[in-house]
Ligand binder design. Structure first.
Ligand SMILES: *Cc1c(COP(=O)(O)O)cnc(C)c1O
Length: 350
């Protein structure tokens, strides 16, 4: 730290992203990316967009917004696109949290939430998950704080029902409830259907997982137009050109090819069951996942040791060192071929 670094960030501990090693070719099952390339149609649109890079990108992302409004059956002023969904989550901490509306989220969830709270200097509270890693819905009823829930949750993969989400949203009318649906396309019912009923609901999604665009950085939020207007105030006060032209083009192409997205999600859901069965047959305890990853532990090996062993054999998974998580590894669901290599390496290790 230089002696010039602002005191307000003295305690800030940044988020640690998963490894993206370049020194050798790993089977990458550590950051929940799609194993499939982006849609061909989408790539063609991006190639066209390169020709106009001398111009600023559209700050309103009109093509993207129009297509998304059709895909998600909402109005164009009920959507905001951002640079990954991380950006809209950051905007939400900034826009909707303060001393009277502290942020609240589970103690085990997306590791970026406490960092967003810190950088925006808003108070936050963590509510412990139950022993079985499920969210205790009652803990969120009528608390009137700004609630952030990843559904399905990460890194557990466990999802709440839409009915439980609605209970949380409807019981907190004085504060915003943010449902982070990064993994919704792998088999959970979306809360987007509730945005016309509740003016305090913000649903965020991303193109990073189900839509094969992690490197493009594209996410979005859907909410009533007043909440979207608030988030736009933050966006236009930081970076109006937050999504570059190439990503706007490739994203619009992805939305023109929903068949491809749906078919990839179907494959991942099948492969998730295949991976789960194989792991269970080897003696693993696997949490019931609705995401494109599973969270698993084995009594015979320590989570960290298994992570290290797999890394040395060319397979990357994600290990978290905190107390309740250290026995486990989070394994992204890849192709069947990747799963077969993974389970073969695990068998060697066991
Ligand atoms: C991956 C992820 C995100 C953000 O992804 P972006 O790449 O920034 O769109 C948000 N929330 C959760 C729970 C995630 O796992």
């Amino acid at each position: 730290m230089s002696r010039y670094f602002s005191k307000k960030f003295k305690a800030l501990v940044p988020y640690t992203p998963g490894e993206q090693p370049k020194e050798m070719k790993y089977i990458k099952l550590n950051t929940n990316e799609s194993p499939f390339p982006p849609s061909e149609k989408a790539m063609k649109k991006a190639a066209e967009a390169v020709k106009n890079l001398q111009l600023y990108c559209d700050p309103e992302c009109r093509e993207l917004v129009k297509k998304a409004s059709e895909v998600f059956s909402v109005d164009t002023d009920e959507i905001l696109f951002t640079n990954g969904s991380d950006e809209i989550l950051n905007f939400a901490f900034s826009a909707f949290c303060d001393e009277t509306h502290p942020a609240v989220f589970p103690d085990i969830t997306y590791g970026f939430y406490p960092v967003f709270a810190e950088i925006n200097r808003v108070p936050y509270e963590e509510i412990p998950l139950k022993d079985d890693f499920t969210i205790s819905v009652d803990d969120y009823i009528g608390i009137n704080k700004t609630i952030f829930i990843a559904n399905p949750n990460a890194p557990t993969g466990i999802a709440l029902s839409l009915n439980d989400i609605e209970k949380i949203v409807s019981s907190n009318p004085e504060s915003v409830v943010v449902i982070d649906e990064a993994y919704v396309d792998f088999g959970t019912e979306s809360a987007v259907s509730l945005i016309h009923k509740y003016s305090n609901l913000l649903v965020t999604q991303t193109f990073s997982k189900s839509r094969s665009l992690a490197g493009g950085r594209l996410g979005f939020g859907i909410a009533c137009k007043e909440l979207i207007a608030d988030l736009n105030t933050i966006k236009y006060s930081t970076n109006p050109y937050n999504i570059n032209s190439l990503t706007q083009a490739v994203g619009a192409g992805v939305l023109e090819d929903e068949e491809y997205t749906k078919s990839n999600c179907k494959t991942i859901i099948e492969n998730r069951e295949y991976l789960t069965k194989k792991l269970e047959a080897m003696g693993f305890f696997v949490l019931p996942s609705k995401a494109n990853f599973v969270f698993a532990r084995h009594d015979k090996t320590d989570g960290r040791a298994l992570y290290e062993a797999l890394k040395s054999k060319g397979v990357l998974v994600r290990h978290f060192d905190s107390e309740r998580l250290r026995d486990y590894n989070r394994i992204t669901v890849g192709t069947k071929e990747q799963i077969d290599i993974l389970t073969q390496k695990i068998a060697e290790e066991l």
